[in-house]
Design a protein. Structure first.
Length: 129
């Protein structure tokens, strides 16, 4: 299995600690199609078992409104390989947008939003329930 994949908007890789890292590229406008590419890549990197996922947004990012007004997880089955998701939202705006998305589209796994990668990774390593 490939341990790293690249999409138009992000680089995904399996980290040595077992987490799946999703790092959004700078200067990319997020839209439904780019998010679908990322989730397709997540599915192909999942393998068997459930993994923690660390998502890192750049401090400055742009998005189309439909990117946060659509449940991208619906009918994908990602809960089968997702133990928990921690976001480094990078900024107050990122934090609010990610929290708003999960408020409207709650998932079957724990999700927390932080403004630092260190805090997000720490929460995943604690083993969220």
């Amino acid at each position: 299995m490939n341990e790293q994949l690249e999409t138009d908007a992000a680089i995904l890789r399996k980290a040595p600690d077992g987490a799946l890292e999703v790092r959004f590229k700078p200067n990319v406008t997020l839209d439904k199609e780019k998010i679908a590419q990322i989730l397709d890549a997540r599915e192909s990197l999942c393998g068997s078992g459930r993994y923690p996922v660390l998502v890192v947004l750049p401090k400055d990012f742009d998005f189309e409104v439909d990117a946060i007004s659509h449940d991208h997880y619906q009918d994908r089955g990602l809960e089968q390989c997702t133990y928990a998701v921690a976001w480094d939202a990078g900024s107050e705006l990122g934090e609010r947008l990610v929290e708003m998305f999960y408020t409207y589209f709650p998932q079957r796994f724990p999700v927390r939003v932080f403004r630092s990668e260190e805090d997000a990774r720490g929460w995943l390593q604690e083993g969220p329930e």
